[in-house]
Design a binder for this molecule. Structure first.
Ligand code: C2E
Ligand code: CA
Ligand code: CA
Length: 780
C-alpha cells in the first residue's frame, strides 16, 4: 500500500508551475511596456531585473507553499482512510491501487482481496459493459455519477452511486479517483415502490389468483429471498398453500393454523418477523425449512373485507441481510394490493353468483342452465359423447303454495333442491330454471340404462314425504328426459323436448318419467300445428258452443245450461276443449276466444225462455276489470236479467288476490258467480264461506265418495255447508241412477251429467226448453 502511495507526485510541483509561468509573463509584459518610453535596452534590463528579483524571491515563497501542500496531502490521506463512503484509487486498467475501509465494508472483502484486482471482478455481470464504456467517458472528462452494482462474496448485490475523476499528473502514472456511495437501501425502496405500483396496475388486468402468484414472485425477487408463499385459511383449521414464487414445492401444502407462522399471523392479524427460526417459540417451523438452510422468515396478513384468510410468508437463508421494518412495510403494501384484488374478486364473484343463482335454493338459475347446456353441448359435439337433460316438475305443487302458503312452498322447494343435489354426481348440475321446475344435466349417460338409473333415482328422491312447517307433505314429480345424440341439438330444443316428455309423464298420472322420442316429437309437431290453426280459428268462425243441461234432481227438469266450447276443425273434426284450451291459454288466444264465448252465450241466452239460465266458463286470464265492463255491455245489449248469467271460475282463481275485487264487481252487476270443479283444487270449505259466490259445482271426483264404505260424509258436509251459506250446489258428472239416488238422499238438488244429457248442439238444447209449437197447440 505504501509504495503505491509514494508514486503519487507532490502537488507542490503544480504550484511551482503555477508561479513560474505568470512570473515570466509579467516580465515580458514589463519589458514590452517599458520599450516605447525608455528604449529597448532599458526595457530588456527591466524585464531581466524583474526575473532576477522573482528568481530570488521564488524559493522563499515556494518553501512556504510546499509545507502547506505537504500538510494538505497528509490531511487528504487521513480523510481518504477515514471517509464514511467508499473511496478508491484505480490504475487506468481499473486495477484497484488503494481502497479505504468503507469500501472494504461495502464490497464485503478485506483490502488485500481487493488491491491488485480489477474492479471488474466485483462488478455485477450485467454492469460490465456499461462500466467499461463509462471508464472511457470519464477519461474524456465526464464527471457525472452513475449507478453500479457490485457483488459481495455471499452473492448479495450492493447498489452504489459511483463518482470518478481521471487524474493525469503528467510526470507520473495517471489514475482514477473514485467515490462509491452505498445506495442499496434507497434502491430497494425505489424498486419496492415501483413494484407495488406495477402490481396495483396488474390487479386491474389479471384475476386474483394470477395476481397472487405474481405477487409472491415479486416479493421474493425484491427481498432477494429464497421463496415467498401465500397461504389461505381453510374452514377446518388449516392453512393451505395458495400461491408460490417457485413451483419447487418449497414447503408443505397445508400447515396447521394454530402452529404455523402464517396461522399465527392470520389469527393475530399482525406481521411477524423471525430472523432466527431456530430460536423461534411462537410457532412451529416445518423441518423442510431447516433442511433447505432457511433461517429467516417474514409473514404478513392480507387484509380482506371478508375477514383474514390469507398470509404471505417469505423465507430466506441464514446469510444475507436481516429482515427489517422496511421489508415488512413492503410486504404489507403488497398484501394491501392483494387484499384489494381479493375484495374486488369477491364482489364480482358475488355478482356473478347472484346473476346465475336461484336465491331460494342456491341452485343454478335459468341463465346458468342455458350457458352450461350450451357449453356442454359444444363440448359433447366435439367428443361425440351424449348429454341428457332431465326436467322435473313437481306434481300438484300449486296445491302446497295455495293451501299452506308461499313460505311452505319455498321450504318444500329448498328440500327438493337438497334431495336432487344429493342424487347427482359432482359433474352433473342441478338447476332451478323457475317455479317448481328443476333440471338435471348429466354428461355421463352413455347408455339408456344409465339414464334410466339416474331418472329413477331422481323420482325415488320423492318417495319419502317432506317435512314442511312441522307437517309431513308428500310431493311427487313428473320428469321429461331429452337426450342430445346428434351433436346438433341446441339448448332450447333440448329443453322444449324435455318439456314435452314431462307433460306426457304428467298426463299419464305423474310421479314418473318419460323420454322424449319420435312419438313425442310427432305430438310436438301436432301441438305446434294446433297452435297455428288456433290462431286462425276465430276469423274462420270455427268455434261453436254446446250446451249441457243443468237439471233439478227432483223431477229432472232443465233449469239452465252450461255453455261448453267446441272447435270444428276443417280436418280434425270436432275438437274438445281439453285438446286446445291449454294452448289457447298459453298463447293468450284465450282472451279473444273467451270474449267470443261470452258474447255468443249472451246472444243465445236472450233467445231462451226465462228463468232458464246459462253458465259460462272463464279462464283465469279473462278475470280482470275489463271483463266486468264487457259483461255489463253484453247485459245491456241483449237486455238480459243479470242473474240469468252465471260465470264459472275455478278454485285456483279464488286464491289469487286479484280475483276478489273483480268477482265483487261482477256480483254488483247482479251476475252470479260459480265456483267450478270444487274438490279437485285445494280450497278448503273455509273458502266457500269467505269468498263471495252464488253457486258451487262439485267435481265428478267427489261423486266417487258416494260409493265409499264410510258413506258420503265429505259430500254431505259440502252440500250442507253450501245450503247453509245459501249457495246453489250443483253436482257435476252424474252418470248413473245410483249416483242420482244417493245425491238426492243427501239433499243435493241440482246436477248435470251424461245421465241427463251430454253437451248438446244449440238446436237440440233449444228443443229441451222451447216446447215445440204443436205441443203448445195441444196444451191449448
Ligand atoms: P268443466 O267446466 O268441468 O266442464 C264440464 C266437463 O265435464 C265438460 O267437458 C263436460 O262434457 C264433461 N261432463 C259433463 N257431464 C259428464 C259426465 O257425466 N261424465 C263425464 N265423464 N264428463 C262429463 P268438456 O266440454 O270437454 O270441457 C272440458 C273443460 O274445458 C271444462 O270443464 C272447462 O274447464 C273447459 N271449457 C269448456 N268450455 C270452455 C270455455 O268456453 N271457456 C273456458 N275457459 N273453458 C272451457
Ligand atoms: Ca264448468
Ligand atoms: Ca266442472
Amino acid at each position: 500500500m505504501g509504495t503505491a502511495w509514494k508514486r503519487i507526485p507532490p502537488p507542490a510541483i503544480a504550484v511551482v508551475a503555477l508561479v513560474a509561468v505568470p512570473t515570466v509573463v509579467v516580465a515580458i509584459a514589463l519589458g514590452l511596456l517599458a520599450a516605447p518610453r525608455f528604449g529597448t535596452a532599458w526595457a530588456v534590463s527591466a524585464g531581466v531585473a524583474y526575473l532576477v528579483l522573482a528568481a530570488a524571491v521564488a524559493p522563499l515563497v515556494l518553501r512556504v507553499d510546499e509545507v502547506r501542500v505537504r500538510r494538505a496531502s497528509r490531511r487528504f490521506v487521513q480523510g481518504f482512510e477515514d471517509a464514511a463512503i467508499g473511496m478508491a484509487i484505480l490504475a487506468p486498467d481499473l486495477r484497484l491501487v488503494r481502497v479505504n475501509d468503507a469500501l472494504c465494508d461495502l464490497l464485503g472483502r478485506p483490502a488485500e482481496d481487493l488491491t491488485g484486482h480489477s474492479i471488474l471482478e466485483f462488478t455485477h455481470p450485467d454492469d460490465l459493459i456499461p462500466s467499461v464504456a463509462k471508464q472511457k467517458s470519464i477519461i474524456k472528462g465526464d464527471g457525472a455519477p452513475i449507478r453500479k452494482r457490485y457483488v459481495r462474496p455471499d452473492g448479495a448485490v450492493v447498489h452504489v452511486m459511483l463518482t470518478s475523476a481521471f487524474v493525469d499528473p503528467g510526470d507520473a502514472e495517471p489514475y482514477f479517483f473514485s467515490q462509491l456511495q452505498d445506495v442499496t437501501e434507497q434502491h430497494r425502496a425505489e424498486r419496492q415502490k415501483a413494484a407495488i405500483a406495477a402490481l396495483g396496475r396488474r390487479a386491474l388486468d389479471v384475476d386474483s389468483r394470477t395476481l397472487m402468484n405474481e405477487a409472491t414472485g415479486i416479493v421474493c425477487d425484491i427481498l432477494e429471498a429464497h421463496s415467498c408463499l401465500a397461504f389461505r385459511r381453510l374452514a377446518d383449521g388449516e392453512m393451505r398453500l395458495a400461491a408460490s414464487s417457485s413451483d419447487d414445492g418449497s414447503g408443505p401444502l397445508t400447515v396447521p393454523i394454530d402452529a404455523s407462522q402464517t396461522g399465527y399471523t392470520v389469527l393475530r392479524n399482525e406481521s411477524v418477523v423471525s430472523n432466527d427460526l431456530v430460536a423461534e417459540t411462537r410457532f412451529a417451523v416445518p423441518a423442510i425449512v431447516f433442511e433447505r438452510g432457511l433461517r429467516r422468515a417474514l409473514s404478513v396478513p392480507v387484509p380482506e373485507r371478508a375477514g383474514l384468510r390469507h398470509a404471505l410468508l417469505v423465507h430466506a437463508p441464514a446469510s444475507g441481510r436481516a429482515f427489517g421494518v422496511e421489508d415488512v412495510r413492503f410486504v404489507e403494501a403488497v398484501a394491501n394490493v392483494l387484499g384489494g384484488a381479493l375484495d374486488h374478486a369477491a364482489t364480482e364473484d358475488e355478482l356473478r353468483r347472484r346473476a346465475l343463482e336461484d336465491p331460494l335454493t342456491g341452485l343454478g338459475n335459468r341463465a346458468l342452465l342455458m350457458s352450461h347446456l350450451e357449453r356442454e353441448l359444444r363440448h359433447g359435439a366435439r367428443l361425440g359423447s351424449r348429454l341428457s337433460l332431465l326436467l322435473l316438475d313437481l306434481d300438484r305443487f300449486k296445491a302446497v303454495n295455495d293451501t299452506l302458503g308461499h313460505a311452505a312452498g319455498d321450504a318444500l322447494l329448498r328440500q327438493v333442491a337438497t334431495r336432487l343435489s344429493a342424487c347427482v354426481r359432482d359433474e352433473d348440475i342441478v338447476a332451478r330454471p323457475g317455479g317448481d321446475e328443476f333440471v338435471v344435466v348429466s354428461t355421463r349417460t352413455d347408455s339408456d340404462q344409465a339414464i334410466a338409473r339416474i331418472a329413477q333415482r331422481l323420482i325415488d328422491a320423492f318417495a319419502e314425504p317432506f317435512q314442511v312447517e312441522g307437517r309431513e307433505l308428500s310431493c311427487g314429480a313428473s320428469m321429461g328426459i331429452a337426450v342430445a345424440v346428434s351433436g346438433e341439438e341446441t339448448a332450447g330444443e333440448l329443453l322444449r323436448d324435455a318439456d314435452v316428455a314431462m307433460y306426457r309423464a304428467k298426463e299419464i298420472g305423474g310421479g314418473r318419467f318419460e323420454v322424449f322420442d319420435a312419438t313425442l316429437r310427432e305430438r310436438l309437431v301436432e301441438r305446434l300445428t294446433v297452435e297455428d290453426d288456433l290462431r286462425h280459428a276465430l276469423e274462420r268462425d270455427e268455434f261453436e258452443l254446446h250446451y249441457q243441461p243443468l237439471v233439478a234432481l227432483e223431477g229432472e227438469d232443465v233449469v239452465g245450461f252450461e255453455a261448453l266450447l267446441r272447435w270444428r276443425h276443417p280436418q280434425r273434426g270436432l275438437v274438445q276443449p281439453l285438446d286446445f284450451i291449454e294452448i289457447a291459454e298459453e298463447t293468450g288466444l284465450i282472451r279473444p276466444i273467451g270474449s267470443w264465448v261470452l258474447q255468443t252465450a249472451c246472444a243465445e241466452l236472450a233467445n231462451m225462455p226465462e228463468p232458464i239460465y246459462l253458465s259460462v266458463n272463464l279462464s283465469a286470464l279473462q278475470v280482470s276489470h275489463d271483463l266486468v265492463d264487457e259483461v255489463e255491455g253484453l247485459l245491456k245489449r241483449y237486455e238480459l236479467r243479470a242473474d240469468r248469467l252465471v260465470l264459472e271460475i275455478t278454485e285456483r282463481l279464488v286464491l289469487e288476490p286479484r280475483t276478489k275485487p273483480v268477482v265483487e264487481r261482477l256480483r254488483g252487476l247482479g251476475v252470479h258467480v260459480a265456483l267450478d270443479d270444487f274438490g279437485t283444487g285445494y280450497s278448503s270449505l273455509g273458502s266457500l264461506q269467505r269468498f263471495p259466490i252464488d253457486v258451487v259445482k262439485l267435481d265428478r271426483v267427489l261423486l266417487r265418495a258416494l260409493a265409499d264404505e264410510s258413506g258420503p260424509a265429505v259430500l254431505t258436509a259440502v252440500v250442507e255447508l253450501g245450503r247453509a251459506l245459501g249457495l246453489r250446489v250443483i253436482a257435476e258428472g252424474i252418470e248413473s241412477r245410483d249416483q242420482l239416488d244417493r245425491l238426492r238422499h243427501i239433499g243435493c238438488v241440482l246436477g248435470q251429467g251424461f245421465l241427463f244429457a251430454r253437451p248438446l248442439p244449440l238446436a237440440e238444447a233449444r228443443r229441451l226448453v222451447d216446447p215445440p209449437a204443436d205441443a203448445d197447440r195441444d196444451a191449448a
